[in-house]
Ligand binder design. Sequence first.
Ligand SMILES: [Fe+2]
Ligand SMILES: [Fe+2]
Length: 258
Amino acid sequence: MNHHHVPPEKMTLSQRADELEEEMMHELERIAVKSVLYTLGEGKVEMESGAAMMAANPGKFFLMGADPRLPQMPEKPTLIDYFRCRFASHAHLLQSATHALKAGHNEKVVLACLLHDIGVVSFIRCDHGYWGAQMIEPYVDEEVSWAIRMHQALRFFPDESVGYKYPEMYIKYFGADYRPEPFIVAEYERARNHKWYMTSRMITVNDIYAFDPSAKVEIEEFTDIIGRNFKQPKEGLGWDNTPASHMWRTLNWPTRFL
Ligand SMILES: [Fe+2]
Ligand SMILES: [Fe+2]
């Protein structure tokens, strides 16, 4: 950033945010690094070299563990710890799960609703169903992760038999002429003919944004359902050596140098 000479009142909001962020970084004992994905999200294909960051932070080492700016995670984190300390938003997930519970669905469907958008709230929007499914695959019944993976495509297709319409919100968000890309159509067709189709479909039916916004639901209300249906590793999520452990570790330590 080359705007140090710009007086604060002349800075744009984003310049001021950058400045503040840089100040915070200098206050850290170690250098926290941003992965390329963060800058891609700002429309730039670039990364700062290790040497340049070292030069800008004389006498400091790179962060190789927890980022002190983030809520502190316990040594052996559980799914609920990630909800509390790393998921940026819970209300939609808790409301979907509550809706499914009240509709009398089984615990697999309730869990699927509770976790269906963890890809979005913790990680990344694009392909969120796939990311979310992959994160939980080792810990849940195959039907639950399959349903979460497929809800991504099913969201775009109505099913009159259960009263599911193409979401009004998508017309507002993507325009009336948006059509799902061929890979989404193909995935929908595969899902449509699968034995677990209805499980995934139920995620979309309970995937609501306007369900009583005043209703306050806490993640603790789902402790028992999680306990019965999510195999919490005794080492802590991230330290348990499954094909998804690295995803949880990265979420725990997102600014580790390598
Ligand atoms: Fe979703
Ligand atoms: Fe959703």
